[in-house]
Design a binder for this molecule. Structure first.
Ligand SMILES: *Cc1c(COP(=O)(O)O)cnc(C)c1O
Ligand SMILES: [Zn+2]
Length: 372
């Protein structure tokens, strides 16, 4: 099985090469890869995400860099009279779902003989990449906007990564990192498709936990869309392999303070719109220029989904609503729950809905202290 990079926009393909992170046309790359889903073998393995080994594009087992991640609980709860299923992904080793992508991407980096990586992040992706690099003994520079929650900064430093705080916007941080990526492997959660081939395990786990059936609807946060696109790829691969009949409807949640995809969606366009972003508690989805914006809009439309926005004052109550149930999540995750509650309003019937608690509240305590 040889996998290749394939452009998401033009017809070009490239061999997998550690220095390549975008197409010559400037677009992000996808991965051509044929996964397999041997259920009897999967069932014999331990409960982590590597149980879907034949569907993860890493050649040799000895390349795998793991912290025991995956197979997080899928819990049923009642929200406003509706039953929904919640994937508790903040229980992953670094406290967010980003570990799904990081374990696969850094395993690939090890397989390619990479010695040093750079990554930019609003916090959680940086923490995840830093942790897996620590585990692999790979050098790591993480670029973050200066305003990132201090818990995430301390976490990144504890993993011994070089932390580079960049003044200005999240977009400025991305541009500085792209310069640095000319000299090191760009372990980018938004550009590098190996990250999405890790986040797609979210779909595989739900499929197994729901007795090998897909839910009707997934309600997920969207900034760069690494969870939403991962879920889409995962279900699409299972559909192509004849394992599921349909891809769930994808509903993306954005912060009203930064909603380039929502704007593209409501205008009936296939591209994110340029926006002026304002302050938001949902730092993890405050992405003004989503790298895979066109792919996100296409996936949402193809599955008959939609995009909803939530305002700042809806985030606090959602955070507390989860707190009352024993879940302490970060404001970015609370924005998703606020969107989920909006989606459920006025809905009747037996739609099977899955959402996710994407990040722990423990590393964003200063932002979690929102007035009620
Ligand atoms: C990264 C992140 C998101 C959003 O992910 P995108 O890839 O930007 O769509 C949501 N919640 C948490 C906790 C995150 O860390
Ligand atoms: Zn191209």
């Amino acid at each position: 099985m040889t996998e290749t990079f394939k452009c998401s926009e033009c017809d070009r393909s490239y061999p997998i090469d550690p220095t390549r992170w975008q197409c010559d046309c400037g677009s992000p790359l996808d991965l051509e890869f044929s996964p397999k889903f041997p259920i009897q073998t999967i069932l014999k393995r331990k409960p982590d995400l590597w149980r879907y080994r034949e569907a993860i594009p890493i050649k040799k087992d000895k390349s795998i860099v793991s912290l025991g991640e995956g197979f997080t609980p899928l819990e049923e709860m009642d929200l406003g009279g509706h039953s929904v299923w919640m994937k508790i992904d903040y229980l992953l080793p670094t406290g967010s779902y980003k570990d799904r992508g990081a374990t696969v991407l850094i395993s690939k980096a090890r397989e390619l003989g990479v010695r040093k990586v750079v990554e930019d992040s609003s916090g959680n992706a940086g923490a995840a990449i830093a942790a897996y690099c620590a585990r692999a003994g790979i050098g790591c520079d993480i670029y973050v906007p200066e305003v990132t929650s201090s818990g995430k900064l301390v976490q990144i430093q504890t993993y011994r990564a070089n932390l580079r705080k960049i003044e200005g916007s999240r977009e400025k941080t991305a541009h500085v990192t792209m310069e640095a990526a000319k000299k090191a492997f760009y372990a980018s959660h938004c550009w590098n498709p190996f990250f999405l081939h890790g986040t797609k395990t979210f779909a595989f786990e739900i499929w197994e936990q729901m007795e090998w059936k897909p839910p009707d609807t997934l309600i997920l946060p969207v900034g760069h869309g690494t969870l939403l696109l991962g879920a889409y790829i995962g279900f699409r691969e299972m559909k192509e392999a004849g394992r599921v009949k349909k891809i769930p409807k994808l509903v993306g949640i954005q912060s009203a303070a930064c909603a380039p995809l929502f704007l593209g969606f409501v205008r009936g366009l296939y591209e994110p719109q340029s926006i002026r972003k304002s302050e938001t508690l949902a730092e993890g989805i405050a992405i003004a220029e989503p790298v895979r914006g066109k792919q996100i809009l296409k996936a949402i439309r193809e599955t008959g989904g939609e995009i909803l926005t939530v305002t700042e004052k809806e985030i606090g109550p959602a955070l507390r609503e989860m707190g009352r149930r024993g879940y302490f999540i970060e404001p970015t995750s609370a924005a998703t729950i606020a969107g989920l509650m909006k989606y459920l309003k006025g809905k009747k019937g037996k739609e099977v809905i899955v959402s996710s608690l994407t990040g722990t509240g423990l590393k964003a305590v200063e932002k979690a202290q929102i007035p009620i």
